[in-house]
Design a protein around this ligand. Structure first.
Ligand SMILES: O=P(O)(O)OC[C@H]1O[C@H](OP(=O)(O)OP(=O)(O)O)[C@H](O)[C@@H]1O
Ligand SMILES: Nc1ncnc2[nH]cnc12
Length: 395
């Protein structure tokens, strides 16, 4: 099951995707009113507190009622929901779709008179999230922004190519990365073979780099990453050139900036300390067959291990993103605790002066249970855009 904040079920149903919409504020209000005796009409969803609990309640009760590929949750008011809530649904991809509509559209839908156009622009595209962080720049980006103006066109020609509006949005942005709907993604996922109890007991190791050992694996992965990059590009940075691709220890047309362990690149370099990844931490601390089974303990041990320093050549990035107007795309195989990505982002932003708003991260596989996105946001990198091809649950 995948979870998105808002779109329309019918556009997905037309593609044989099992989808359903629920309103989180309605559910919360109903339960709050029932528990406290408050008047339902006056109940305030935000007063009910415990957003994690409510989110889980809504997800679980929807999933219990029927098997779903996509759950569309309307009315979420949480800041940075992907960073703060993904670990609660680690088997799913959580996507935030911010819906914007002009004042004129919103008034028209409510049956009100259109307002004077000379005064309407100010209020355009204000939604509850913008109000939440009034006056400040939000420290995160939604996965997608959907304009709810002009959404009336539907596709009647049955050629699987919806015209505009909601069907087109679902077709272009949601379906390609819905594993249940995309045979290429399913093939890729099947190439990631699990090894139980490696590097320590309790961990099911997913051999993401092993994709390259399967016939056609590398090509498939590269082409899916390319599609992911195009999708990322159509959201927030159309028209911007990619200035550099940053990779951890690997080697295109766009200049490749290598991130390597300290001492392996010719000077001058800039470096930062790097915390250990989940897997290296687990292997280094207790070895295969360690006894800890508690999730928190494993995570904590992983993080306690001694990290290394990583470096890039100081002038390479500056040369390729001259003037700071180009995108920097970071590619790695895995996002788990986020320690590795955090070090790479520190390297780019703090050591090399790259604007975090111009950084996009692509990973092959994400393990939300380790709360990597949350760490990145807490560390000041919430505005870095991150997209993944596959999502795995478990340790
Ligand atoms: O989000 P994280 O927990 O940091 O995990 C992600 C990192 O884990 C793997 O690195 P690996 O453990 O093989 O090497 P490393 O310890 O040198 O990063 C992988 O290649 C990622 O770079
Ligand atoms: N289970 C897992 N398999 C491979 N890499 C990982 N990184 C974090 N958890 C992992």
């Amino acid at each position: 099951m995948q979870v998105v904040e808002y779109a329309r079920v019918s556009a997905l149903a037309a593609q044989h995707v099992r989808a359903r919409t629920v309103s989180i504020s309605e559910t919360i209000k109903r339960e709050y009113a029932a528990a406290t005796g408050a008047d339902l009409a006056r109940a305030d969803a935000t007063a009910a507190g415990a957003p994690e609990e409510h989110f889980l309640q809504v997800v679980h009760s929807a999933a219990e009622q029927q098997p779903l590929d996509v759950l569309l949750i309307k009315g979420m008011r949480d800041e940075a929901p992907v960073a703060t809530l993904s670990h609660l649904v680690p088997h799913s991809r959580l996507i935030e779709v911010r819906v914007v509509a002009s004042d004129a559209t919103r008034r028209a839908r409510r049956g009100l008179l259109p307002i004077d156009s000379s005064t309407s622009d100010e209020a355009e595209n204000q939604n509850p999230l913008s109000v939440l962080v009034s006056g400040t720049k939000p420290d995160w980006h939604p996965t997608f922004t959907f304009s709810n103006d002009n959404t009336t066109t539907t596709n009647n020609n049955n050629n699987n190519q919806p015209a505009t509006g909601i069907p087109s949005f679902a077709h272009r942005h949601l379906l390609p990365f819905l594993q249940a709907h995309n045979p290429s993604l399913q093939r890729l996922a099947r190439m990631v073979l699990p090894t139980p109890d490696f590097p320590r007991r309790g961990i099911v190791f997913r051999h993401v780099l092993g994709i390259a050992q399967h016939p056609g694996g590398l090509g498939l992965c590269t082409s899916l990453l390319q599609q992911l990059l195009q999708l990322a590009r159509s959201h927030g940075w159309e028209g911007e050139e990619v200035g550099a691709i940053v990779v951890c220890e690997a080697g295109g047309k766009v200049p490749l900036v290598l991130v390597r362990e300290e001492g392996k690149l010719p000077p001058p370099t800039v470096g930062v300390a790097k915390g250990v990844s989940h897997i290296s931490g687990a292997a280094g601390v207790t070895g295969v067959g360690g006894s800890a089974t508690d999730k928190g303990e494993v995570l904590e041990r992983g993080r306690k291990g001694k990290g290394k320093r990583i470096e890039i050549e100081r002038d390479v990035l500056r040369r390729v993103i001259r003037g700071g107007k180009k995108r920097v795309v970071v590619v790695d195989d895995v996002l788990a605790t986020g320690n590795t990505l955090l070090a790479v982002l520190r390297l780019l932003v703090e050591a090399a002066g790259v604007d975090p708003d111009r950084v996009t991260v692509l990973v092959v596989a994400e393990f939300p249970v380790h709360r990597g996105r949350e760490l990145l946001r807490r560390s000041g990198f919430g505005r870095v855009r991150i997209q993944s091809l596959l999502v795995f649950d478990g340790l």
